[in-house]
Design a protein around this ligand. Sequence first.
Ligand code: HEM
Length: 417
Amino acid sequence: MGALLATPWSRTRTRLPEWRALLTCRGQKLWQMRRALPAKNLVILGPVCLVRDAATFLDLERRGLIDAKGKPWANGCPLTAASEDVWRRQRRAIVRELPSALARSVACGEAAASRILAAAPGAADLRAVLEAEIAAWAVDLFAGPLDDRASKELLETLGPHWRCIRGRSPKEGGAAAARAHRAALAAAVADPRVAGVIGALRDAARRDDADESALRADEVVPNASNALVAAFETCLGLVLWTLAGLADRREARIRARDWCRAADAATARDERAALAAFKQAAAAGDDASVPQRFVLARCLEETLRVAPPVWTLARDFAGPRRYLKLDVLSVNSDDARPGAWDPLAPRKARPCASFGLGRRACPAGAAALQAAHAILAPLVAALDFRRRGPELADRAYLGPTLCVRGPVAFDVAPWPG
Ligand code: HEM
């Protein structure tokens, strides 16, 4: 571990200047996460050759969180911020309840795809359409049908809350938006008709297990809030960056269109199973790749590798407020930047840190990956996308996940003939 921590940048294969240039593009302070941490306690790891050691290291349970500000959580703490016994108890309870609730993810994705398909041609800002409909996908998955009152309130509060936490001025209106979002979530948790992921988390708190492996009642809303935002923004990022990649590459667009048009239900199921297998292998720290024949799934793998929603993995070491961060990009790809997206290039199986590594790896990422597949398949089959305006990569920032500021315009039209 000593060697790992001591590894200087100059001896790694990471192209630090390129990475930094990307992160600081357009004068935006993209080093938000870095600035939020005491720099002397921050070590950034990047060498691909050390990924196995890093995986072992990242198996630590403690995760340094940028927003904890060193204060303990007064009330229910979410899984993402928990450590040691609290983390173990929550993780057991959540992992036990989540899978059955997440099984609806693809069906909710197909419903979102129909709405996006109706709105996309002619939309001036396709990102706004995707943002609205993928938020609706997440709320459908978490709270059930969108015409129910609880879901409507949740949908109305999710966008403003998310824009504040990921936006330029998080403090402006952020507290009010967060309060409104939590109140809507608390109302959904209290409503026995609400099922979905919220119902599953509520059930996780209702269990009366002798081994105390239940969620505490005050941990339900913080966990529902974190997971809802995680699901929404990772799925949005996957869809947006994949469409941007396709829009810039005609050959890949045509290959993906032909593949999606020819795929029947059984092929689509196999392709989603390949995505789930990819996620599992990646999170275990194994070499992973999606078979080349699954063209749309390869596009999603490419997005995960070069434009991962989460760019760094943090752990505490040697006590609180001493952070280690793993650079996800340098583990994932030798072309570590969003502009290098190329799903037609053969890729050897190799590690992919996009879902995290070790025992704190993402417990639910496959659901967002498969939903992104269900959303993209009908869009790519029916519509031709070309991007207008500057490269998306030039407008990317970390907030702390990979985001794009402002409208994203595409020319969208049905394929001719
Ligand atoms: C493609 C989609 C997704 C990606 C790329 C992703 C990525 C990640 C990453 C990198 C971590 C940190 C892992 C680590 O530190 O080792 C994480 C943790 C987590 N993710 Fe995801 N995620 C995705 C989707 C989701 C979804 C849909 C949910 C909830 C429904 C979710 C819930 C969580 C939770 C609760 C944790 C904390 C786990 C723990 O601390 O034990 N994620 N995710």
